[in-house]
Write a protein that binds this ligand. Structure first.
Ligand SMILES: [Zn+2]
Length: 361
């Protein structure tokens, strides 16, 4: 072979090889790529979750939840803010507030919440306010009517959060499976959760707001707050259909979603139409945040937790970065990984969380 031809061939080979390396990640890039899990629940001060995150190159955003118990909310705040203080730039958190219906609709009610949030959001590492599905599913006004997220009674609190420049992370509604009988749910993580938590299994509560009521209230909430930065937790409860989620992302430019606890729903849709799911992730690459929703309250066997967390993170990484055939323990069937371009992975796994939560890193 003439040496000029050989050199040209070598250049082409090197270029294509280098192009492949820069366009996509590989499975074993996992540890070296900086990543953010934008939805976890750290409810322990033993440092185990944080230790595994450091080992797997993850920054954590821990979100507090209003279970209707003031002391519990304060405890969550103390743990989350302490973790953020111990791990500056590595752990961030979203405080929440008690939706106490006593006094609902009065000035005192909103003043009290705003005073608490003023203090909580001043803590180092506080990046958002978390609101939860108790709005729409649990809390009721004096007439017994469910209080939905677009209720004008919440307006002063939302205005305050906006005025301080913080986003709201909202877990509103539930997966659509929640309104189905257990044996018709598409993924076993939903059927096992609702079997354990019948109070939230809406199929058993036909007198409660419907799935459509929840989604419509959330949409109305965003319509009346177009300037609010809103991160819809769990794929914005539109996990069952990427087209349906795409319509909301088109309509609400200040809405992003985290994928926590709903990646299995993307995988479930990948069974029948992988291209559609992949195209969705690429088209909305600026609006999707990686997250797991794993909670940790301490463990007698921390090694087992660390191993489980590592496996969860590496399994997800394989789904997004490779085209390997895989299975899920949450439904039957085989599907292939999405093999998203490297720049999309960087956004979903890191840059979007930095941007939407305004992380100071
Ligand atoms: Zn959660």
């Amino acid at each position: 072979m003439p040496s000029r031809v050989f050199s040209a061939l070598l250049v082409v080979l090197l270029l294509t090889g280098a192009g492949c390396k820069t366009k996509f990640y590989f499975e074993d890039d996992f540890a070296s790529v900086p990543k953010i899990d934008a939805h976890v629940h750290i409810n322990s001060d033993d440092g185990i979750f944080e230790k595994q995150a450091a080992s797997d190159n993850f920054i954590l955003i821990t979100l507090n939840v209003d279970h209707g118990d003031s002391a519990n909310i304060r405890k969550q705040f103390d743990l989350a803010s302490a973790s953020a203080a111990r791990n500056p730039g590595r752990v961030f958190f979203g405080p929440t507030f008690l939706f106490d219906t006593a006094g609902w609709g009065t000035r005192e009610w909103t003043d009290k919440i705003i005073a608490q949030l003023t203090k909580d959001l001043a803590a180092p590492g506080a990046v958002a306010v978390k609101i939860w599905k108790n709005i729409g599913m649990v809390v009721r006004d004096r007439s017994g009517r469910f209080i939905m997220v677009d209720d004008p009674g919440l307006d002063p609190v939302v205005s305050f959060i906006k005025s301080k420049g913080f986003p709201i992370a909202g877990h509103l509604g539930e997966p659509r499976n929640c309104w189905l009988p257990l044996d018709q749910m598409t993924v076993s993580s939903d059927s096992s959760y609702f079997a354990r938590n019948p109070q939230y299994h809406m199929f058993l509560h036909p007198d409660f707001p419907s799935y459509e009521d929840q989604i419509t209230a959330r949409d109305r909430f965003l319509e009346k707050n177009p300037d609010l930065i809103f991160i819809g937790c769990h794929l914005g409860s539109l996990e069952w259909n990427v087209d349906s989620l795409a319509r909301r992302l088109d309509k609400f430019p200040n809405m992003a979603v985290d994928m926590s606890a709903r990646i299995c729903h993307l995988q479930y849709q990948s069974l029948s139409d992988r291209k559609k799911v992949r195209d969705f992730c690429i088209k909305y690459q600026d609006r999707l945040l990686y997250g797991t929703d794993v909670g940790y309250s301490g463990s007698r066997n921390p090694e087992a937790f660390m191993e489980r967390m590592h496996r969860t993170w590496t399994d997800d990484w394989r789904y997004f970065t490779t085209s390997l055939e895989m299975t899920s323990d949450k439904f039957h069937g085989k599907f292939a990984g999405l093999k998203l371009p490297r720049k999309v992975v960087d956004k979903i796994y890191y840059r979007n969380a930095v941007k939407w939560y305004k992380l100071k890193i």
